[in-house]
Design a protein around this ligand. Structure first.
Ligand code: ZN
Length: 165
């Protein structure tokens, strides 16, 4: 099922998401399947659970080898080298910005069954994972962007509606 995407400045995008505690459940399986379907339908490279209204630590990533679901993910930098690239986000339609991110990272997460998953990633894959993990901490790419390269006026309009409490 395609789930409607929460668009900035929806408040859920600023919450710190809660860890997943129950693995291997029908509910989790369904959410992962729906998030995959939604991400692929919207041509996204990744999607975080808060973007579909669930404030839990789950992301799906679109990789060449297929879709990867990462639960309670942790990211550690493996280099000081950083790279600048243009990013977008399904919660910010038609808005783009230049974001500098670490080139190489180590990921520790759990899969659907609750088994640990550890791997290294670099370049674009590392970038997508860091972008999605940021979502779990209420951090959005506009917070990290050095420069907004597309949709500046639209973003400024949207920002007016972000009320902090
Ligand atoms: Zn995003």
């Amino acid at each position: 099922m395609i789930i409607p995407i929460k668009i900035y400045p929806d408040k859920i995008l600023r919450l710190k998401a809660k860890p997943v505690e129950s693995f291997n459940t029908d509910e989790l399986k369904q959410l992962i399947a729906d998030m995959k379907e939604t991400m692929l339908k919207k041509d996204g490279m990744g999607l975080a659970a808060p973007q579909v209204g669930q404030s839990i630590r789950l992301v799906v990533i679109n990789t060449k080898a297929g879709v990867l679901a990462l639960i309670n993910p942790q990211v550690m930098p493996l280099t000081l080298r950083r790279e600048k690239m243009e990013e977008g986000c399904l919660s910010f339609p038609k808005i783009f910005g230049l974001v500098k991110r670490c080139r190489k990272i180590k990921i520790k997460a759990f899969n659907f069954e609750g088994k640990p998953v550890n791997f290294k990633a670099s370049g674009l894959l590392a970038r997508v994972i860091m972008h999605e993990v940021d979502h779990l901490n209420g951090i959005l790419f506009i917070d990290r962007a050095e420069k907004i390269t597309g949709g500046v006026d639209k973003l400024n309009e949207m920002k007016k509606n972000e009320v902090s409490d």
